[in-house]
Ligand binder design. Structure first.
Ligand code: ADP
Length: 501
C-alpha cells in the first residue's frame, strides 16, 4: 500500500511531494503555498513535477490498470466508501487547510469537504451499478450484450477554486468504473488534493492506481494529455482550449468544464427577498469564484430600482476578511493576479459607463491578504465587457429588461452556457425560460450556483465540451462501450449473414 505523508500535516511545515506508484517523492523544484488571507502564512512547500515524472506516473497507472481495471466491484466500492469515512474523520483539519490555501470561509471549506465525502460515498455505490444491456439479436442463435469497460488511464487536471471537491469527483468517478488516475491539482491549492491522496492510501487503494503530480500546467500538461487515455479538465476557457487541441491531436477522450457568464433573471412577480438572496449567493458566495457564478443579474424594469437599491445595501454590508476568522461573509480573493483582474474589470466597466453601486476596490485588513470589496454595478448592458467575459470574482452587473422575452434574449446572448436562473412565481414563464435558455443547467427560484452530486453537471458552448461530469453522466465518460455478438447456438450464418428479411 502507498505510504502517507500529507496526513501528518499540521498547521506548520506541510510538505507535499509527488505520489508515483505508491511512493511519495520530492522534486528539485517546489512552490510555496501561501494563504490568500495572510501571505505570511505559508501552508507548505509543494513539489513541482516535470515531464519525466509524468511519464513515470502514467507508467505506474498503466501497470496498475491491469488488475484494477478487472477488479471486483465490491473491492472498489469498499475502498471508495472507506475513503469517504477517512475524509469525514479528517473534515475539521482538512477544512482548515482548505480554507487557508484557497481563502474560502471555514464554513464554506467544511461544506466542500463534506461534499467530497458524499461524492466518495455516491461513487462507492456506483461501482456496483455500471450500465449495461442485454438485447435479443436480429440473427437467429445470437444474442447481444452491451458492456462497459474502463477507459484506461485518466488524466485529471483541476483548478484552485474547489481544491477537494473537483479532484474528488474526477477521481472517485474514474476509480469506480475501474480506471486508474494521474491527478494534476492546481499549483495554487495543492494541499487538499495531497490529503485526498493520503485518504485513498489509508483506505487500501493499491499502489499506482492513483498518482499525484504537482506542477505547472504549461510544463507538464502536454505530456500528461498525450500519455493518458482520457482527460478530464476543469479550469479556464483559454487553458481548456489548449487542452482540447492537445487531446484532439492525440485522439484522446476529453471532457472540459470551463467558465460561465451565468444570468439570474428576476421577474416583477418574484419573491424579492428570495431573489436578492439568490443573486447574492450566486454572485458573491465563495468570493464569486465559482464557474456557475451569477455575474449577470437581469431584472425586469417594473422592480429594477427597488431591487438594485436593496441589493446594493446588502452587498455593501457584506463583511470581508480572513477566512479562518468568525463573522465574515466573504474571504479573500485567492490570488494576487485575480485581485488585479477584478480591479481592472471594475475600472473598465466604469469607463464603459456602468454605475458602480458599491465596492470594487482592494481592502486593508489586519493581515496581508488579497481582500476586495464586492462590486455591484447598475446601468450595464449586455454588450459591455463586464457582461461578456468571465471575471471569476465578486463583480456583478445589473441589466434592466422590459419583459420575459427580452430577459431570455439577454440570458441567451453569451458565448457561454453553464447555468441560468429565473426568479418568478409564474409557472408558464419559468417553463418558457427553462425550455428556451441555452444552458447546461437551469435553476428556478434558486441560485445559479450549487448542484447535486448525483445529477449531471456541466455546460454548453464556451462553458463545456464533451460528456458531462457527475451523476449517471460519469459512467458515460469513464467507460467505453463494448458490444458483443454471441452465437450461443453455433447457428450457421447462411445467406444475408443470418438476418431475416
Ligand atoms: P484556474 O486559474 O481557474 O486554475 P487554469 O485553466 O489556468 O484555471 O488552470 C486549471 C488547471 O489547468 C490547473 O491545474 C493548471 O495548472 C492547469 N493548466 C494550465 N495550463 C495548462 C496546459 N497548458 N495544459 C494542461 N493543463 C494546464
Amino acid at each position: 500500500m502507498m505510504g502517507t505523508q500529507a496526513m501528518e500535516m499540521d498547521h506548520t511545515g506541510v510538505k507535499g511531494g509527488l505520489l508515483i506508484g505508491g511512493t511519495w517523492r520530492d522534486a528539485p523544484r517546489c512552490i510555496a503555498n501561501r494563504s490568500p488571507s495572510d501571505i505570511d502564512d505559508v501552508i507548505g512547500e509543494f513539489a513541482l513535477g516535470d515531464a519525466a515524472d509524468v511519464e513515470e506516473a502514467l507508467h505506474a497507472a498503466r501497470t496498475a490498470l491491469k488488475t484494477w481495471g478487472r477488479s471486483n466491484p465490491q473491492w472498489r466500492a469498499d475502498i471508495l466508501r472507506r475513503t469517504g469515512d477517512i475524509l469525514l474523520r479528517e473534515a475539521g483539519r482538512l477544512g482548515r487547510i482548505l480554507a487557508r490555501e484557497e481563502g474560502k470561509l471555514l464554513v464554506e471549506a467544511r461544506g466542500e469537504v463534506m461534499r467530497a465525502v458524499q461524492i466518495f460515498y455516491y461513487f462507492s455505490g456506483e461501482c456496483l451499478r455500471p450500465p449495461g444491456q442485454f438485447l435479443p439479436s436480429v440473427r437467429d442463435g445470437f444474442n447481444v450484450t452491451v458492456a462497459r469497460e474502463p477507459v484506461g488511464v485518466v488524466a485529471a487536471i483541476t483548478p484552485w477554486n474547489f481544491p477537494i471537491a473537483i479532484p474528488a469527483w474526477k477521481t472517485a468517478g474514474a476509480l469506480a468504473f475501474g480506471n486508474t488516475v494521474v491527478l494534476k491539482p492546481s499549483e495554487i491549492t495543492p494541499a487538499s488534493a495531497a490529503i485526498m491522496a493520503d485518504a485513498l492510501a489509508e483506505a487500501g487503494l493499491p499502489d499506482g492506481v492513483f498518482n499525484l503530480i504537482g506542477g505547472l500546467g504549461a510544463d507538464i500538461g502536454t505530456a500528461l494529455i498525450r500519455g493518458a487515455d482520457a482527460v478530464s479538465f476543469t479550469g479556464s476557457g483559454p487553458t481548456g482550449r489548449i487542452v482540447l487541441m492537445e487531446a484532439a491531436r492525440a485522439m484522446k477522450k476529453v471532457q472540459l468544464e470551463l467558465g460561465g457568464k451565468s444570468p439570474i433573471v428576476v421577474l416583477a412577480d418574484a419573491d424579492l427577498d428570495l431573489a436578492i438572496d439568490n443573486a447574492i449567493d450566486g454572485a458573491f458566495r465563495q468570493t464569486g469564484q465559482r464557474c456557475t457564478a451569477s455575474s449577470r443579474i437581469v431584472v425586469e424594469a417594473a422592480i429594477h430600482d427597488e431591487f438594485a437599491e436593496r441589493m446594493a445595501a446588502r452587498v455593501a454590508a457584506l463583511k470581508v476578511g480572513h477566512a479562518l476568522e468568525d463573522g465574515h461573509d466573504m474571504g479573500p480573493v485567492t490570488t494576487e493576479a485575480q485581485l488585479a483582474k477584478n480591479i481592472a474589470f471594475v475600472g473598465e466597466a466604469q469607463g464603459e459607463g456602468a454605475e458602480l453601486l458599491c465596492g470594487g476596490h482592494a481592502l486593508e485588513r489586519r493581515t496581508r491578504g488579497h481582500f476586495f470589496a464586492p462590486a455591484l454595478f447598475a446601468g450595464t448592458d449586455n454588450a459591455m465587457r463586464l457582461n461578456r467575459e468571465e471575471v471569476f470574482g465578486p463583480v456583478a452587473g445589473i441589466i434592466k429588461v422590459g419583459d420575459l422575452d427580452e430577459a431570455i434574449a439577454v440570458a441567451a446572448d453569451t458565448e457561454y452556457g453553464l447555468s441560468a436562473a429565473i426568479c418568478t412565481r409564474n409557472l408558464t414563464a419559468a417553463e418558457k425560460f427553462r425550455r428556451e435558455v441555452p444552458s447546461g443547467m437551469v435553476v428556478i427560484n434558486g441560485s445559479t450556483s450549487g448542484s447535486d452530486y448525483h445529477a449531471p453537471f456541466g455546460g454548453r458552448r464556451g462553458s463545456g465540451y464533451g460528456i458531462r461530469e457527475q451523476g449517471n453522466a460519469a459512467a458515460e465518460f469513464f467507460t467505453e462501450i463494448k458490444t458483443t455478438y454471441f452465437n450461443h447456438a453455433l447457428a450457421p450464418l447462411g445467406a444475408g449473414g443470418g438476418v431475416k428479411f
